[in-house]
Design a protein around this ligand. Structure first.
Ligand code: TXA
Ligand code: MG
Length: 323
């Protein structure tokens, strides 16, 4: 049985014993293990059914520890870290030699971040090692934003979920890599691109689709419900077109009125994109449980967090059969 608890000292004991604990962060729950324990890290990949080519993010409690993880910090990386950590930003930088190959999938770079969640920080401060923590979901499926989501996925497969409540941000961290000393966005996320640009100037998004991309969070199908999902600009038109089906609707700010709608969720009545982001994955989890023929999701205006939400919704629409 998986323990769901707020007991940090229990999590410390389990992690010290090279086992896994699902931990809360401000973005999504992570499936955490000691980066230096081969046993723990292998079990992260096995539990998630994650391919070994997909590297993990290293979580640390303070910026002073950064030089123990990475060997070089470009000026713009330092500026981003100073401005946005703790927070939903992951930096991909040249790794120190002590970082095991299994963490980085053999790459010379490592992904690192400081989560902005008090429980996660308290836990990290009580450990002698950083935590590798991919999102606590089976590879490709919707990320978990509550302890219950994690338990639904991994009942009995993990010893403990550290319960830190619902994740405030709700979408994964924004990942930034460097080409030379210039930053590039590898994965859109909870830190809007405009916030990044206000710190380091204009930045490119590298939206690759190949099978071993720089960040497999950029894989075309990811964050996906089992139910067929489409992303549309015009909700009422799409509902009308699918009127013979059992429809679920994921709307930005208002309820629709149509008989074919079996279930619908409004993400933010006041069109607050942070509120919408924090509810997004829970909404997809709920919709996926309703035995629907189709989920129709409404596209957000494509800026700020709306851009990151659209990115996730777009990946949720790629049908398994079409890849
Ligand atoms: O918000 C988050 O980032 C959450 C919480 C738990 O911290 N974690 C998360 O981890 O989303 P995960 O494993 O689901 O996504 C990590 C992404 C993957 O797309 C991976 O490819 C990329 O980070 N990544 C890790 N190391 C990398 C590296 N050296 N180069 C490029 N991408 C890397
Ligand atoms: Mg993930």
């Amino acid at each position: 049985m998986t323990i769901i608890s707020k007991d940090i000292s229990k999590a410390v004991t389990i992690l010290n014993a090279e086992a896994l604990v699902a931990i809360p962060t401000e973005t999504v729950y992570g499936l955490a293990g000691n980066i230096f324990s081969e046993k723990a890290i292998k079990s992260i990949f096995e539990t998630k059914k994650r391919p070994f080519f997909n590297p993990l993010i290293v979580h640390i409690p303070s910026v002073e520890l950064l030089p123990t993880i990475v060997s070089y910090v470009p000026k713009k990386a330092q500026q981003l870290a100073d401005a946005l950590w703790p927070g939903p930003l992951t930096l991909v930088l040249p790794k120190q030699s002590i970082i095991p190959d299994i963490i980085t999938a053999g790459k010379e770079t490592v992904a690192v971040r400081i989560p902005n969640h008090q429980m996660a920080l308290d836990l990290l401060n009580q450990l002698d090692f950083p935590l590798a923590a991919p999102s606590a979901n089976p590879f490709g499926s919707i990320s978990p934003t509550t302890a219950q989501h994690v338990n639904d996925y991994f009942k009995n497969d993990i010893q403990m979920v550290l319960d830190g409540g619902s994740c405030q941000r709700g979408i994964e961290s924004t990942i930034i890599g460097f080409e030379g000393d210039e930053p590039i966005i590898y994965r859109l996320g909870s830190t809007p691109i405009e916030t990044i640009e206000s710190i380091v100037g204009s930045i490119q998004i590298k939206n690759k689709k190949e099978i071993t991309p720089d960040a497999p969070g950029m894989l075309e199908r990811h964050y996906a419900p089992k139910t067929k999902t489409i992303l549309v600009d015009n909700l009422s038109e799409a509902i009308e077109k699918n009127r013979d089906k059992r429809i679920g609707v994921l709307a930005i700010n208002k309820l629709s009125d149509h008989q074919a709608i079996a279930f619908q969720i409004v993400l933010s009545k006041s069109t607050d994109t942070q509120e919408a982001a924090s509810k997004l994955y829970d909404a997809l989890h709920q919709l996926d449980k309703q035995d629907l023929d189709i989920i129709i999701a409404e596209r957000f205006p494509d800026f700020g967090l709306g851009k990151s939400i659209n990115d996730r919704l777009q990946r949720a629409t790629v049908n398994v059969k079409s890849i």
